[in-house]
Design a binder for this molecule. Structure first.
Ligand code: GAP
Length: 514
């Protein structure tokens, strides 16, 4: 099965099992907008708890807020979003399809990397056991040719982005002979900038309605509250403010399911530091955030940092945490050193002094900021991509199992009476009543036990508990483990401890802290 086929199956699975539905589907959906179903919302809430607790509970100097989506319009002038929150777009004149010019070039560069990988695989087959990959990469003329072309384009691309040179961006597309995937032609328009912010009117026209924006990032809600939190919380530098909330971007090309959406959710933390200390903290947060990702156990080799070619208007250093999705390594999170740009600009535009009095230095200054910013939905897709597994069992049957880390699983325990009579459902309900205050549990009595196991595997439930006739005699149940499919006999009184030992969020948090 190709990675593309796997991804298609994952998307279908998300719908079939109540994780994600297209928005307003009965009207044929709305581009790049999605709804979370009964299982999706549980997983999403657990991702948010994992992030929130890792920020606010694990750090004495980080507090949370929940700012409004609507903000004073001047906010977005000060932040630079009105002037500079643009993507370069290009149209194919034959297919009339619109693309992001930068993404076309990035995809071309990723294809060069795939070509190199294919050369390596071919050579590995040719040379067998003696194959030395490093030596091959260093000496193969074919690889050297691809690398030099890719690097030359990379350099031109980075320069074009940094200089805002849209003509050069188009020239790169032409020189790389990039074709429209629909029409197959190179009949491109010029590249032009497109502002990604959605706007609407607040107040009635008679009152003199003003244009306001749907926030394209949650960060600004933190910056405009910096003084409020610092003063009321008597916070001392360095300290952080965390927030989870919706953000909106009128993305030119909505691709790859929930990877790029027009309405999405962000988990952002702005860490305020002394000027001059920002690079130290930027490195510190890179490590902390990577540990958070790796604690999920999806394999360290599937994560990497990718430094930005083009720094955003507010940043002096920026890197992405990328995950190896079925469609290649892609950004999940950004870690940015935002300097004093945002607070400085809000000070200038609002006319209010936004400064910190540093008792140790005996002076006031505008703090510098290191930001960690991750999309909830993208994290959701990352987890689903990593967790979705198709397995052939020893008895020849197949199963689809979601290997979601147990603390994030939508449902923790499914309790199943073997039959719907003889008092077994009553005991099952008793077990549910014992567990439901601390864990998300479900009751399932329909179909054979085998079918019920498959249903729970498909939504990632770590434990299935079966109540049978022996239970009535000795108060024990069969516990079946999702990943190993092993079964064990456990006393009902022991169930709470067993479940807690695997699904409590503190186990994940302890790994991040370690
Ligand atoms: N405050 C900084 C900021 O917003 P960003 O790199 O534009 O930085 C941060 O976005 C994260 O938000 C990304 O790493 C991604 O996880 C998520 N994100 C951004 N745009 C998104 C979109 N259109 N759909 C889903 N997630 C998105």
């Amino acid at each position: 099965m190709t990675q593309e086929e796997l991804f298609k199956k994952l998307v279908a699975h998300c719908k079939e099992y109540g994780f994600i539905f297209p928005s307003s589907e009965i009207y044929d959906g709305l581009g790049a907008v999605y709804d979370y179903g009964q299982n999706g919302v549980e997983l999403k809430n657990n991702i948010k708890s994992y992030w929130w607790d890792s920020m606010v509970k694990l750090h004495e100097n980080i507090v949370g807020i929940d700012a409004a989506i609507f903000m004073h319009p001047r906010t977005w002038e000060a932040s630079g979003h009105v002037g500079a929150f643009n993507d370069p777009l290009i149209d194919n004149k034959d297919s009339k399809k619109r693309y992001r010019a930068d993404v076309l070039v990035e995809d071309w560069m990723a294809k060069q990397d795939e070509k190199i990988q294919k050369e390596v695989e071919k050579a590995r087959k040719r040379f067998g056991e003696q194959f030395d990959e490093a030596q091959y990469l260093a000496t193969s003329p074919r690889v050297a040719d691809i690398v030099s072309k890719r690097d030359a384009v990379h350099k031109r691309f980075a320069d074009a982005l940094n200089d805002n040179n849209l003509d050069e961006l188009k020239q790169i597309i032409l020189d790389c002979e990039i074709v429209c995937p629909i029409s197959g032609t190179r009949n491109w328009t010029d590249v032009r900038q497109f502002n990604l912010m959605f706007s609407t009117q607040m107040g009635s026209t008679a009152d003199g309605a003003s244009t306001i924006y749907l926030r394209p990032e949650t960060a600004q809600g933190i910056f405009v509250n910096y003084l409020n939190v610092q003063k009321t919380g008597r916070m001392k530098l360095p300290f952080g403010i965390a927030q989870i909330g919706k953000a909106f971007r009128n993305e030119i090309v909505a691709r790859q399911f929930i990877f790029r959406m027009r309405e999405f959710e962000q988990m952002e933390m702005q860490f305020f530091v002394q000027p001059g200390e920002e690079m130290k903290w930027w490195n510190e947060w890179k490590n902390t955030r990577m540990a958070w990702h790796r604690a999920l156990g999806f394999g360290d080799e599937n994560y990497r940092f990718h430094d930005h070619d083009k720094l955003a208007h507010y940043a002096n250093a920026a890197t992405d945490v990328e995950y190896n999705f079925p469609f290649g390594f892609k950004e999940v999170e950004g870690i940015h050193s935002r300097t004093d740009f945002d607070l400085g600009r809000h000070q200038e535009f609002s006319g209010k002094k936004i400064q910190y009095f540093d008792p140790e230095r005996g002076e006031s200054y505008v703090p510098y900021v290191v930001e960690t910013s991750i999309g909830v939905d993208r994290m959701f897709l990352q987890i689903m991509s990593a967790a979705y597994t198709e397995e052939k069992l020893e008895n020849g049957e197949e199963r689809v199992v979601l290997r979601i880390p147990a603390p994030l699983a939508p449902t923790k325990v499914a309790v199943m009476p073997l039959v719907k009579k003889d008092g077994l459902p009553e005991v099952a309900r008793e077990i549910i009543d014992m567990l439901r205050f601390d864990f998300n549990v479900t009751y399932d009595e329909k179909d054979s036990i085998g079918k019920r196991y498959r249903r729970q595997d498909a939504v990632g439930t770590p434990f299935c508990v079966t109540v049978d006739h022996q239970t009535l005699e000795d108060r024990t149940v069969t516990v079946r483990h999702r990943d190993s499919m092993e079964q064990e006999r456990v006393a009902i009184d022991e169930l709470y401890r067993l479940v807690d030992s695997k699904v409590a969020m503190r186990h994940l948090l302890a790994k991040v802290k370690a």
